[in-house]
Design a protein around this ligand. Structure first.
Ligand code: BGC
Length: 434
């Protein structure tokens, strides 16, 4: 499967605010303090203190890599005030992972912003890329030697959607013009970060880094309800929005699947493509609203026969969607890392099925020529699921406020079994045969 020289990494992912606990200097903490969410993150999984124990469990599970994020508001709690202790902390995290044989994949922005940056306008400001770049430079300068794989910004379009269109995440805006400004500045922020990291490695004679974003992709399928077909305008509108526009959404030209990527100079600003995939939605357009460019997620009743399973998040399980999204990315000609894929469930058989089927479809995409560089399950630990609090259980390991002991769940082992079977083994066989 593919070139035996290409490494294949697998493991699980986390993000700072969701697991560390006590991230008092970011916008999410402020939002939680204002009572804007179901429950606050509080001590989260105390991962800031327990990172060694958690990396030990990942190693025990046989993982070969780990994805985590660096909390900007810890490294720079006030503007230009660098917290060397925090930087040292992250160096220890990386060295500890390496000592256990886990390749670190480091994310630099995973939804949270320092409060001082918010006061400056955050990603709405023309200066956003400058501030973010300064942080990236500091981090690369401190940790560069130890890290090869970087993810600059996690799910830029999810951040934009939740924070500037839906308004469910800080700063809680619903403004199309703010949304477009933020998209532009996130693009600049990524390009700046990419340039800074590469420059740093070049100046210090380090091996070339691999830098990307983590792009959220959804499998959008058109809702086929056609009760109003008799009316001409309805038919025309259906044809335009539920056929043409949806095609654009699903083939990766507009918004979610491709939007951000289409506006990046991919060749010069991505060394691989990070993809986060979870589910499929049936959508349709009854009304057109600037703040709702993805149409309406159709109520699932009249697709009941096609929806085999849903998760604690209410998301439809659709592993074929991952396969289709991976094939759609082939046009960029870059290796792909599945940077997140996972399920919120209390049912370990369901978790096992989810992991198995998504890995099988990933392997199928690899057989069709997609270069798969890695696969990260979301998430290593049960953690703070943003506005949903601690309810959804994505973890391979139990954790959270009030849960003292960590316990590996039954469904966790299949990730390693399947990755070894489908990827590592296949590579060894190719290597032996050649
Ligand atoms: C995000 C994570 C989140 C997960 C499950 C991804 O979109 O990167 O932070 O916990 O989905 O909702």
């Amino acid at each position: 499967m593919g070139n035996p020289q290409t490494p294949f990494y697998f493991g699980a992912a986390t993000s700072s605010h969701q697991v560390e606990g006590g991230n008092r200097f970011n916008d999410w903490w402020q939002w939680e303090t204002e009572g804007r969410v179901r429950e606050p993150s509080g001590p989260a999984c105390s991962h800031y203190e327990r990172f060694r124990e958690d990396a030990g469990l990942a190693a025990e599970l046989g993982h070969t890599a780990h994805r985590f994020s660096i909390e900007w508001s810890r490294v720079e709690p006030a503007e230009g005030d660098w917290n060397e202790e925090a930087l040292e902390h992250y160096r220890s995290v990386i060295l500890d992972l390496r000592a256990r044989g886990l390749e670190p994949f480091v994310t630099l922005h995973h939804f949270t912003n320092p409060v001082w940056f918010v006061h400056k306008g955050a990603w709405e400001s023309d200066q956003a890329a400058f501030y973010f770049g300064r942080f990236v430079k500091k981090v690369a300068g401190h940790l560069g030697e130890q890290v090869k794989y970087w993810i600059t910004i996690n799910e830029p379009m999810v951040y934009v959607y939740k924070s500037f269109l839906e308004g469910a995440w800080p700063p809680g805006k619903q403004s199309f013009s703010a949304c477009m400004r933020v998209v532009r500045h996130l693009i600049y922020g990524h390009i700046e970060a990419y340039r800074i990291i590469h420059q740093h490695y070049q100046d210090h004679g380090f091996e070339k880094p691999w830098v990307s974003i983590a792009k959220h992709v959804i499998q959008f399928d058109p809702c086929r309800r056609d009760s109003k077909k008799d009316r001409l305008m309805t038919a025309l509108r259906d044809w335009f929005f539920n056929h043409l526009y949806l095609q654009a959404l699903t083939t990766g030209f507009l918004f979610f699947p491709g939007f951000f990527l289409e506006f990046l100079p991919v060749r010069d600003s991505l060394d691989f493509i990070g993809v986060n995939y979870y589910f499929r939605d049936f959508i349709r357009f009854e009304r057109v609203k600037a703040t709702d460019p993805f149409g309406e997620i159709c109520d699932q009743k009249h697709h009941a026969s096609e929806i085999l399973e849903t998760t604690q998040m209410g998301w439809q399980v659709r592993p074929e969607g991952l396969f289709q999204r991976l094939l759609a990315l082939q046009k960029y000609g870059k290796p792909v890392v599945i940077a997140e894929n996972g399920i919120a469930t209390d049912d370990e058989d369901q978790r096992r099925r989810y992991i198995t089927s998504h890995l099988q479809f990933t392997a199928l995409a690899a057989r069709q020529g997609v270069k798969i560089l890695g696969f990260f399950y979301w998430s290593l630990l049960d953690n703070f699921e943003w506005d949903r609090g601690y309810g959804p259980k994505f973890g391979l390991i139990t954790a959270g406020p009030g849960i003292a002991g960590r316990k590996i769940k039954q469904g966790a082992y299949v990730l390693t079994e399947m990755c070894r079977k489908l990827f590592t083994k296949a590579k060894e066989e190719v290597a032996h045969a050649s």
